[in-house]
Design a protein around this ligand. Structure first.
Ligand SMILES: Cc1cc2nc3c(=O)[nH]c(=O)nc-3n(C[C@H](O)[C@H](O)[C@H](O)COP(=O)(O)O)c2cc1C
Length: 392
């Protein structure tokens, strides 16, 4: 859903060392190797960052493991590169896609805890609702720390707070796939155990995230890349999450889509994504307080959100990927089987017979006319039964 952490770090170093001018006015493009899973977000980020450096970015290409084995694909690649080189040589004009980000920070969040409504802390019947808050900022001066304080003050159950900067990362994921093949992460800093312990033992996971540049603070990508040691198995499926974000989220629809996509594909039931972009502190405060309670109620009720295109699309990409490599990625394969994620349409025998029968019958125009007339009634037949029989 983004470039690897190492590349984010590269851009961070350019900024830290004040070397932006090296890139100004140059041409850029990208060739992204991937499985086409949210690859558009990776390119958007790269393009936005390049444009911020004053570069002329030309739409790049993506390729999965097999694309470049295809002759036509290679011919297109050659055409693309020739065009890119020509554009550089002749300094052709290039469309700019993204606006620069706003200079001004979010409004200062000034909550008034004295005015808080009365809430009942910790319901003794449900002290087992284990909640963890992962954050990149805690008890500092920023808006995020204050949002977290209000959340903790309003959430009716105990919360364990973990500052993700504190973990002694050996380094980033280097994509060796030892985790997929052997099971264990090649890094020896204990992250895999730490992460699995975390997600296996919590019911609710809350994220406190600062935006930096066109993404979150880079440590988040380091953290998320390293969680890849769990393969393509969803780690919070059926549980509950929530996101507190400080920074210009409304100017970064890609970051929003990343969070919503992560929620949708992981079926993690994100109950809220709240940013600090509110002029009125008391409004943000009551939003946080209400949402904290709503999150705990949703978790206790086991409420499952519906998922949209972001989820269905992403899940189908993984489904096909894991199925096609099932001999190699055994753990993933077993997980997909166990959780019914192999929902291939060809497996639905009932529908197959239905289509066989309809295919024959539909050869007749009279039958098609009949079907056309009865379509609205047939479509709601089963739903009507539920309503007529007052079924739950
Ligand atoms: C930590 C990690 C995260 C990945 N995330 C994505 C992703 O979000 N979307 C995607 O299409 N592929 C993703 N992949 C798969 C790689 O893009 C794919 O393996 C690619 O072939 C790697 O190419 P490279 O060896 O040139 O880096 C990820 C792989 C790793 C190790």
């Amino acid at each position: 859903m983004l470039v690897p952490w190492q590349l984010i770090r590269f851009f961070q170093l350019i900024k830290e060392t004040g070397r932006n001018s090296v890139f100004q006015g140059k041409y850029a493009t990208s060739m992204i190797t991937c499985f086409h899973y949210y690859d558009h977000l990776a390119e958007e980020w790269l393009r936005g960052m390049s444009e911020d450096l004053g570069m002329a970015y030309i739409e790049g290409r993506t390729a999965d493991n097999e694309n470049m084995l295809n002759k036509d694909h290679r011919a297109d690649m050659r055409f693309f590169m020739n065009n890119f080189v020509n554009s550089c040589r002749n300094r052709y004009p290039v469309e700019r896609k993204f606006m620069p980000l706003p200079e001004a920070p979010s409004p200062r969040f000034d909550p008034n805890p004295a005015a808080k409504p009365q809430i009942t802390k910790s319901n003794p019947e449900h002290t087992d609702l284990r909640t963890v808050l992962l954050t990149d900022e805690f008890h500092e001066a920023g808006n995020l720390s204050k949002m977290i304080d209000i959340f903790l003050d309003s959430y009716p159950y105990p919360v364990e707070v973990i500052d993700i900067n504190q973990f002694p990362y050996e380094s980033g994921c280097h994509g060796c796939l030892k985790c997929e093949l052997v099971g264990e992460c090649d890094r020896k800093d204990g992250f895999q155990d730490f992460y699995m312990n975390l997600v296996n033992n919590c019911d609710v996971l809350v994220f406190g995230m600062n935006i930096e540049g066109r993404y979150l603070r880079p440590v988040w990508k380091l953290f998320l890349d390293r969680s890849f040691s769990n393969g393509h198995r969803t780690s919070m499926m059926g549980k509950h999450t929530a996101y507190l974000v400080a920074g210009p989220l409304r100017h970064l629809p890609g970051v929003r889509q990343f969070l919503e996509g992560k929620d949708n594909v992981g079926r993690e039931n994100a109950i809220f994504i709240i940013s600090d972009e509110y002029e009125d502190s008391s409004y943000l405060e009551s939003l946080l307080r209400n949402s904290a309670v709503h999150l705990s109620q949703s978790a206790l009720a086991g409420y499952q959100k519906s998922i949209n295109f972001l989820g269905w699309g992403g899940i189908k990409i993984f489904r096909d990927l894991i199925y096609s490599m099932r001999g190699v990625v055994g753990e993933d394969h077993r997980f997909y089987k166990k959780h019914g994620l192999y929902d291939f349409p060809q497996k639905e025998l009932g529908k197959n017979f239905f289509n066989l029968g309809m295919g024959l019958a539909f050869k007749s125009k009279a039958v098609r006319m009949q079907a056309f007339k009865r379509m609205p009634e047939m479509y709601i037949k089963l739903h009507k039964e539920i309503v007529d029989n007052k079924k739950e």
